[in-house]
Design a protein around this ligand. Structure first.
Ligand code: ZN
Length: 81
């Protein structure tokens, strides 16, 4: 489980079940176990500072957040495949 945080203010954004060791580029809705940030008008924003973290998109009927690489950090463990 990863805890994804805002790069600017370190406020928590998501708890995410990242599978595999790849970079965190997309956060698929079904693997998000908790959202602390704010989803507004198809955007994920930091609740604390309003930083734009990513945009909600859909592929093959599944929603994901297309993450802005510069705007977040994370800690925790990725799940081995
Ligand atoms: Zn923030």
């Amino acid at each position: 489980m990863l805890t994804i945080k805002c790069a600017k203010c370190k406020d928590k954004l998501l708890k995410y079940n990242k599978i595999g060791q790849g970079r965190v580029l997309k956060c698929w809705e079904e693997k998000i176990s908790r959202i602390y940030g704010k989803v507004d008008d198809g955007k994920l924003l930091c609740n604390n500072c309003g930083n734009l973290i990513g945009e909600v998109k859909t592929r093959g009927g599944r929603n994901y957040i297309d993450m802005n690489r510069e705007e977040f950090t994370y800690s925790g463990r990725k799940i081995p495949k």
